[in-house]
Design a protein. Structure first.
Length: 334
């Protein structure tokens, strides 16, 4: 984790009956690993939080499919952990028993909890498996979390990483400053989840009065698409951070294009309502998904979103990995 890698937030492959499409679920994982991702995050927002509902019954099957495909040594296996403490503890125990390395801990279901209660919740999960903190943006059911929470959470020994995804520069700085102030900036791996600011996040050294740190890698829904290209971008960023100044400027320009693409795919114009269907639509066009169905039958592309995706594909073909997918899709599906 601390070396910095690309970890796609894994989508959920459904068939036309909105049932799990095991063949395509496996194919997506194979695609990500073949593209150079060093792991996957499953059971997270992009996988649809609804799978954590026991009445749907998909959490364990989806986690098991990911583990079955992630048998190569060195892969980072991240399980999304949700719900009140009792539920979260059960999910953490299941993830550990299946072989996951750490839990990405969503606090979305603890909207009324105090900072003390949130810290107790994190401690309970950290006693079971390593924790990756998660700042989920409020537009998709996250809650605002103050500096005090992040400062205290950073002191919990088994918190090993944080995904920062509030889509807000001020809140992003709250988390990073808290980690630096804790004295654990060399131990806690920071991963950007700000799909609207990916490259700038990864290029920026964050300097405070008592220290400096940076985002080492990315765990993103945006990188569930065009993953081969995402891996290459991260390698360019690492080289730029080591002193290749001109490429840093080129990367900032690429960052503007990637943000424009993310606005279309994540449906910024409509408050992110079409976020997951937008990811599915790219994968559908590549042939990796049969359709863009979600568990919620009302969740689909917003009016005009498909046309915006068309515009992005015309304007920035270099952001895609369509040729790579076309060469290998048959082997992943078989």
């Amino acid at each position: 984790m601390r070396s910095g890698v690309v970890i796609p937030a894994h989508p959920l492959a459904l068939n036309a009956h909105r049932k799990l499409d095991e063949r395509r679920q496996r194919a997506l994982t194979r695609y990500y690993l073949a593209a150079g991702a060093k792991g996957v995050a499953v059971g997270v927002h992009t996988t649809q939080f609804e799978i954590h509902d026991p009445s749907i019954g998909l959490l364990k099957p989806v986690l098991e499919l990911a583990i079955a495909e992630c048998q190569r040594p060195g892969l980072i296996k991240v399980a999304g952990i949700c719900g009140p403490t009792r539920q979260a503890v059960c999910e953490a125990e299941m993830a550990k028993s299946l072989g996951f390395d750490l839990g990405l801990l969503s606090l979305a279901d603890l909207s009324g909890a105090t900072v003390d209660e949130l810290i107790s919740h994190v401690v309970a999960i950290a006693g079971i498996l390593p924790v990756m903190g998660f700042y989920l943006q409020p537009a998709v059911k996250g809650r605002i979390l103050p500096y005090e929470f992040w400062r205290r959470m950073a002191e919990i020994e088994n918190v090993v990483a944080i995904k920062i995804a509030p889509f807000n520069r001020y809140r992003t700085l709250d988390v990073i400053r808290a980690v630096v102030d804790s004295g654990r900036s060399q131990e806690i791996a920071l991963y950007t989840g700000n799909d609207d600011n990916i490259i700038a996040d990864l290029l920026t050294p964050f300097r405070f009065g008592n220290g400096e740190t940076f985002f080492v890698g990315a765990l993103l829904g945006q990188f569930a698409n065009w993953t081969r290209n995402a891996v290459e971008i991260l390698e360019r960023i690492k080289a730029a951070r080591s002193g290749r100044q001109q490429d840093a400027f080129d990367l900032l320009a690429l960052g503007q294009q990637l943000t424009d693409a993310n606005a279309a795919i994540f449906d910024f114009a409509n408050g992110y309502r079409g976020c997951i269907p937008g990811i599915h639509e790219i994968l559908r066009r590549q042939g990796l998904l049969e359709g863009r169905w979600c568990l919620d039958p009302h969740e689909d592309l917003s009016p005009g979103q498909s046309e915006e995706i068309d515009r992005i594909l015309r304007s920035y073909p270099h952001l895609t990995d369509d040729e790579f997918v076309a060469r290998h899709i048959d082997e992943w599906l078989n």
